[in-house]
Design a protein around this ligand. Sequence first.
Ligand SMILES: [Zn+2]
Length: 418
Amino acid sequence: MYRRMLRHTDLDKACLEDLPVMRKADLMNHFDQWVTDPAIRLDDLRRFVSDPHRIAESYMRRYLIWESSGSSGEPAIFVQDALALAVFDALDAIRRPMLRPMRRLFDPWGWSERMAFVGATNGHFASTVSIERLRRLNPLFAQRLRCISFMQPLEDIVREIDAMVPSVIATYPSAAALLAEERTQGRMNTAPREVWTGGENLSPANRESIGRAFGCALANSYGASEFLSLAFECEKGAMHLNSDWAILESVDKRGQAVPFGEAGATVLLTNLANHVQPIIRYDLGDRVTLHAHRCRCGSHLPLIEIEGRCEETLRLGNERSSVCVLPLALSTAIEEGSGLFDFQLVQKGPCDLILNTASKSAEAEELLQKAQCALADFLRSQGAAGVRIACQAGEPRQVGRSGKVSRVVRDLTGGFTK
Ligand SMILES: [Zn+2]
């Protein structure tokens, strides 16, 4: 695909900026011509990822496969070769901040740690696949690493954590904040030594409440299905890009580079590790600010700021009895249960939700009905009874508090607050 596309380009003279910007739709539409191993076929990969029993199984004895969640339209499939995995492992081992240096001194490989990952465990998502891969590689890890599904009711998540007593909890900021609330209210016994977050925006309020509830250090990171360990936060609370393996270009709406210190409309990723599915100037959709100044921590890796997804946890029910439902769990329930990816869920009242989709086609209407049933089933399983879900097709998106379009939004104009 690239050979055809760049046939008129002098590659000895071309700069990165001369290469075309690629998007997820390009990747999925030209998948078989995009991968560098002609034996890899998209239809075969789709069958592979539709089977949850094959999570972290090696594909063609060579590759690891994961899919993105549908946060920006339909999911994409990513193929990792041995080099890419080695790089991700190395970055994770070396660049993740040392929250407890003495501990690392006596236990450099973390053999004594017990880690719980709380997330979507039933799909081939990057974090779940990565943890299952470690479990498969090393039987010692198998007992010390555990994936806990955030699709179950909160009390069941807490019960699983308390049964395991992990020293590290890795999860999304919204889930960590919810667990922090359980700990504060005395409903959770486990106090991990470290909390690792990623995948969503970590607000200062959530950071504070998580730290206060668990009394431990928190490490935030930034990654994507397209490059797992893009950036880690240092001890000064600044995010450092792993610029030796990933290039980020922050660009405006017209694709022009924005100056240091300014947030772009989107960011283009070039992944230098993956040779089987080249990711070159690939539009990630995040708003990123690149900085030119050095960090006080002494690291030479460049500083970046990310305006990531800012989804909201919904509290459903009345003042006497209510449940909190995680935004990513809601999205996963809708996607998995109906195949609807283009949606927004807006909470309008304690028991009132509006599920809308931008399209007005007959197919969209049908998917919306399926999504309504899937969502209702999921909410019942969470113990949220009596929630009304209205559906609207052809609706424009509501912009969330962050100024970004979010998939799960709270818009409570009534008197019910947290
Ligand atoms: Zn730093």
